[in-house]
Design a protein around this ligand. Structure first.
Ligand code: FES
Length: 178
């Protein structure tokens, strides 16, 4: 009886299940390591860093946060990680604040200068300053106060003066590098 009731109903074309196409992988180089992303190619780098790789040094910049806090270096230039997608980074080199120190843990001279000049308050803005500062020192090894003041970073804790001193200390090669 049951067998007699079982019928194979024709499947309407609109109900046909079509599997997702396999996404092309996107290869990115972050802090000298190769990563292959097979998820959403439009994923902003900021979320890839923070949520996938757990590199949380790059902060969320916005009205309530510090401007410039999400900066990373892409091919040596400062770029807001929230404004660039993974697909835009295919084959390009990204450096985050986690990649500034040497492999043996020796701090970058600018990181050391921030410590020496006590240029860190709550620390939220610090990664962005370090990224901007490294790019500035590469572009202009002896930056003026104006050069530093023109960086897009803002410190809500009021550390700008000490940040300026730290960048100049690194420029002068006076960072207390062990
Ligand atoms: Fe707190 Fe800059 S925002 S140290």
């Amino acid at each position: 009886m049951l067998a007699a009731q079982a019928q194979v109903l024709p499947i309407a074309p609109e109900h046909t299940i079509v599997p997702d196409k396999v996404r092309a992988a996107i290869d990115v180089l972050i802090n000298g390591e190769h990563f292959r992303h097979t998820g959403d190619p439009k994923l902003p780098l900021l979320w890839y860093l923070r949520d996938v790789l757990r590199l949380t040094g790059t902060k969320i910049a916005g009205e309530l946060a510090s401007s410039g806090a999400d900066l990373v270096l892409v091919a040596g230039k400062p770029v807001p990680a929230a404004g660039v997608t993974i697909e835009q980074l295919a084959g390009r080199e990204v450096l985050t604040v986690e990649g500034l120190a040497a492999n043996d843990g020796t701090l970058h001279p600018l990181q050391q200068a921030f410590i020496d000049e006590d240029a860190i308050g709550c620390g939220y803005c610090t990664p962005g300053w370090l990224i901007s500062g490294v790019a500035l020192l590469q572009r202009k090894p002896q930056p003026t106060d104006d050069d530093i003041d023109q960086l897009p970073n803002v410190c809500r804790c009021g550390c700008q003066t000490r940040v300026r001193r730290a960048i100049k200390r690194a420029a002068a090669g006076k960072a207390n590098v062990a």
